[in-house]
Design a protein around this ligand. Structure first.
Ligand code: UD1
Ligand code: UDP
Length: 386
């Protein structure tokens, strides 16, 4: 049973779903959407043409963490009872992941965790995701670590080495798959934007830690950057969360070079990232996509659980102070040498074969093999490139 609830889980689970469907001789796969997100989950699923077998339809407007956690836990308990899967797959660090793992643990059903082992070492950042991911680890039987660094984090916490497989991140598989398809902006909400004569800064921001003052600072900084640089345009697909929209819609509307748009389907968004000069974001997934697309990324957060790109110089953690955002963005707009230095290193996050490794591991596990995946088959960033 593969379970997903939010936009990034759908995008990152899609390649695994395709691999499961290609291996129907080994598996019967059941897809469950908690629908912790509604509209933007459906947007991602419809692009990949994935239809959940069970849709729990759990999203409420302005949902709080305790209520959402309880709804997922109770609904997943019933779902697991009805279906009785041999193993449950979850992806990432959302409430869907944590509550599903807990429901499976209560029924002693094995859990396989895709994107395991990412750690910021700060329980309040990202909040609540750092703790959701850590708690999921202790209930997990097979840990799919995207990078060797994530494997090290799991080993430090006492996870048995033979239960960890390094796969690469499935988002690279999704990105490679989408990038192969022809695309133009003619049928999108972006068709009238003059990309050719401007430098594009692509913005996304939705993290709980940023709600209120931090997001206000980010918006003020964007206004300032656009004022300072007449050749810059900003596109900001605004997350549907009302806590985000309340702030963005107070500060940013009414500027002809700041385009606030509805969330974009993944195909349009990937092609927009390709057009961008740089990415300003607090997203988890974008940190893994930027190095694949060779785009510099300025991270609007104080910490990251994805250190590889920072260690390679591909991204910079800049926080949420208005002045710092303006300064760091200006450095990249003014200094070509600094800009080029940020896009040199190879992608540390994957080679486009993560889902293949995950499904091969599940086949080996089902066959009772003691080695989940031969070491030579694992992702090695020094060898694989995407
Ligand atoms: C959630 C995840 C976060 C992830 C993010 C990806 C948790 C606690 N948070 O944050 O880790 O990075 O998704 O986007 O698991 N809403 C809609 N339509 C939608 C989606 C959301 O209206 O399609 C609104 C609803 O009012 C909902 C609110 O956004 O109550 C918050 O959604 P929720 O999933 O609880 O939190 P996110 O901030 O989206
Ligand atoms: N994304 C998208 N459309 C958008 C904004 C983002 O398809 O308008 C994609 C993005 O490429 C990435 C994922 O959604 O793969 C990130 O989701 P989000 O920012 O909601 O969550 P996070 O990654 O921060 O958990």
């Amino acid at each position: 049973m593969a379970v997903f609830g939010t936009r990034p889980e759908a995008i990152k689970m899609a390649p695994v779903v395709f691999q499961l469907q290609n291996n129907q001789n080994h598996f019967e796969s059941i897809l469950v959407a908690t629908a912790q997100h509604r509209e933007i989950l459906d947007q991602a699923l419809s692009l990949f043409n994935i239809k959940p077998d069970i849709d729990l339809n759990l999203m409420n407007s302005r949902q709080g963490l305790p209520a959402l956690t309880s709804r997922v836990l109770e609904s997943m308990e019933t779902t697991l009872n009805n279906v009785k899967p041999d193993i449950v797959l979850v992806q990432g660090d959302t409430t869907t992941v944590f509550a599903t793992a807990l429901a499976a643990f209560y029924q002693k059903i094995p859990v396989a965790h895709v994107e395991a082992g990412l750690r910021s070492h700060n329980i309040y950042s990202p909040f609540p995701e750092e703790v959701s991911r850590r708690l999921t680890t202790v209930m997990t039987n097979i840990h799919f670590a995207p990078t060797p660094g994530a494997r090290q984090e799991l080993l430090k916490e006492g996870v048995a080495a033979d239960r960890i497989v390094v796969t690469g991140n499935t988002v690279v598989d999704a990105l490679v798959h989408i990038s192969k398809q022809d695309f133009n902006f003619d049928n999108t909400s972006l068709k009238n934007i003059d990309f050719d004569r401007h430098r594009l800064i692509l913005v996304t921001s939705h993290r709980r830690e940023s709600w209120g003052t931090e997001l206000q600072n980010i918006c003020e900084a964007i206004k300032e950057i656009v004022k300072l640089y007449p050749d810059v345009i900003v596109v900001y697909p605004v997350h549907p969360n009302p806590a985000v929209r309340d702030t963005v819609n107070k500060i940013l509307p009414g500027h002809d070079r700041i385009h606030l748009v509805e969330p974009l389907d993944y195909m349009t968004f990937v092609n927009l990232m390709k057009k961008a000069y740089l990415l300003l974001t607090d997203s988890g997934g974008l940190q893994e996509e930027a190095p694949t697309l060779k785009k510099p990324l300025l991270l609007l957060r104080e910490t990251t659980e994805r250190p590889e790109a920072f260690e390679a110089g591909l991204c910079k953690i800049i926080g949420t102070s208005r002045n710092r955002i303006v300064e760091e963005t200006s450095l990249l707009l003014n200094n070509q040498e600094g800009y080029q230095a940020m896009i040199k290193a190879d992608n540390p996050y994957g080679d486009g074969r993560a889902a293949e490794r995950i499904v091969q591991t599940l086949i080996n596990w089902n066959a009772g093999k003691s080695i989940l995946l031969e070491a030579v088959e694992e992702f090695n960033p020094r060898v694989g490139k995407a």
